[in-house]
Design a protein around this ligand. Sequence first.
Ligand code: SIN
Length: 280
Amino acid sequence: MKIARMDAALGAEVGGVDLARTDALDAGALRRAWLDRGVLLFRGQAMTPGGLARFSGLFGPLEPPPASEAGTREELGGQPVWYISNVVEDGKPIGSLGSGEAEWHTDMSYLPEPPTASVLFARETPAEGGDTGFADMEAAWETLDGTLRAAVAGRAIHHDGSTTSVGETRRGHEAVGDARAAPGAVHPAVRTHPETGRRSLYLGRRRNAHVVGLPLDESEALLDRLWEHCRDPAFAWTHAWRAGDVVMWDNRRVIHRRDPFDPASRRVMLRAQVRGDRPF
Ligand code: SIN
């Protein structure tokens, strides 16, 4: 196994490993690299739904597909994995998020116990677009100026569960008019990583977020300033996908976003998520 750091605040490419054959010993080394770099890339993998579930399961019990996900397919064989895709078959999307831009977010931070790891396997990729950016929220916290640090330290944020990162209302929810009334969970705005002890900004996503205890206008102004800081390219690394890539990221430390792509092309990704615990 060869681990090469990306020339960025986060990320490493791991070579010389076949994820379909990875065992607990390899998983120990991968876990250390993942905790160190936040995002790991593996090229040239051949993953079945069962193989992705088995590999991801080496890092903890998996989350079942969220009830709000579009299209649970028979070919997934009941595995706890699902599609992120723009493909429509028999008039029904096979997966979530379509072909539009997905804004910066943490996966499922609207749950009381958001996933620790997200694992994404690229089965089919478009010729252009659909790149995924990752940004390190530990670096964002470390470089935050004193005024913003004082404004956010000790605060909690309400994370909205009604709307996806591409702006669609999730199944079973209604569009939210007032962020304070959004369904979701409340988490500390600055969290401590349970395995490394490092602190990071934990904002979830911008849309419908609310800083608990602040009037709406003050909360909006503070969130805008925090997000402006988090979007600094200095914290980020962007991945241009090839079919066969697997990317695994630490959802406690890293936010991500996706570029839009041509809706007439096919992008088919398989996703697994490792169950998490309550942020503190
Ligand atoms: C996501 O935003 O969770 C999916 C990322 C992607 O489609 O690349």
